[in-house]
Design a protein around this ligand. Structure first.
Ligand code: N2P
Length: 364
């Protein structure tokens, strides 16, 4: 750290050493739940002496509310790129200091270019992990209800009243995320998944209202353990979270078999981005943390644990073969062609969608 230590900070550091606990240097990280392995945080602290205060959320809205309120105290946050875009416009982020990020060269240029549509020249953020929004399902429970031959890669599983109706008894959950659910509904209805048209939102709301009584709950992280335990049989969810559920189910050895489908009508591909708030208390430590993540062996260790692909080209060969070759995680070129990018909702669209989504969630 180049920052000068004031007498007060030295005092605090000395106290920390005496107490044998608090480090003088910290980095405050706010990330999605189930999105890192503790070993990575421990290794960062062991190597740098920087303690990590780590807190989690499961919704971009939660993160955005904290950032827009100001003085969040966070040094590193992980918005989805579509949200990053409007948060940059609101002045929430500082530009990255590339001199403090020597591992930036490891990043995949094509994926960073895709992210740059939300942050020109990748000035404010680098890709943490990416994934798709699709359907997690219990292989046996679904086959029992729909037949062995039913092809599960369809939004019919959750949006067709007849099909979802046959699955409702074993438990269906939806993400409590309108920016995932509306584009999925649009894809199912053959509308433009990137639509911000009020009539499309009204129509998708009506469609979802017609099937909402098949939904056991709306939640964006609970489904991992519920799928893994066989408490639910279908979840609209994020790729890696569903595969973590599959992995946990397999480990438990109770005969629960979970897998992930990317619906053939189209599914969203999204990017979650590492950024530093403009008012971060420890910006140098934030850069050190982001650079650490971009080390190939660290990115690979995270992917191997969370089942989400990273965008670190130098890490690819270090990712477990089982994960590297899994088309549910790294979609084939053919499936990739069916994926669509997310879109940033302006405040008018956001207000309209929030009002309509509340109707879907509450059924009123
Ligand atoms: C991690 C979920 C992150 C995906 N559990 C949504 N951006």
């Amino acid at each position: 750290m180049k920052r000068k230590l004031t007498p007060l900070m030295l005092g605090v550091a000395a106290l920390g050493l005496q107490a044998g606990l608090a480090q003088a240097e910290t980095v405050n990280v706010f990330n999605w739940s189930d999105y890192i392995t503790d070993e990575v945080l421990e290794q960062f602290t062991a190597e740098t002496g920087i303690a990590v205060n780590y807190d989690v959320y499961d919704s971009n809205d939660t993160l955005e509310a904290r950032l827009l309120a100001g003085s969040s105290g966070f040094d590193v946050v992980v918005p989805t790129a579509t949200f990053l875009q409007r948060q940059i416009a609101a002045g929430v982020y500082q530009p990255l200091d590339r001199d403090l990020l020597p591992h930036l060269d490891n990043m995949d240029p094509d994926l960073m270019a895709a992210a740059a549509t939300h942050d020109p020249d990748n000035e404010h953020a680098v890709i943490y992990m990416w994934g798709t929004t699709g359907i997690g399902y219990n292989i046996d429970m679904v086959a029992e209800r729909l037949g062995e031959d039913f092809e599960v890669d369809t939004w019919d599983m959750v949006f067709d009243p007849e099909i979802a109706g046959q699955l409702a008894d074993c438990g269906i959950s939806w993400l409590d995320s309108l920016t995932d659910m509306y584009p999925a509904a649009f894809a199912y209805m053959g509308l433009d998944p990137q639509s911000t048209d009020a009539a499309d939102f009204e129509a998708a709301t009506e469609m979802m209202m017609g099937v909402r009584d098949t939904v056991r709950y709306f939640h964006s992280s609970q489904y991992i353990s519920d799928l893994a335990n066989g408490e639910t049989c279908v979840a609209v969810g994020w790729s890696g979270d569903v595969l973590q559920a599959a992995d946990r189910a397999e480990e438990a050895g109770q005969g629960v078999n979970v897998w992930y489908a990317i619906p053939r009508e189209g599914a969203m591909q999204w990017f979650d981005m590492l950024g530093i708030p403009a008012d971060a208390p420890n910006p140098e430590n934030a850069h050190a943390f982001i650079d650490f993540i971009m080390r190939p062996e660290i990115s690979a260790a995270i992917t191997n644990y969370v089942w989400y692909p990273n965008a670190n080209a130098a890490a690819f060969d270090l990712v477990d073969e089982e994960i590297r070759t899994d088309p549910a995680i790294y979609p084939t070129a053919e499936v990739t062609a069916t994926l669509f990018p997310g879109v940033t909702y302006d405040s008018r669209t956001d207000r309209m969608a929030t009002r309509l989504w509340t109707r879907v969630r509450t059924g009123q």
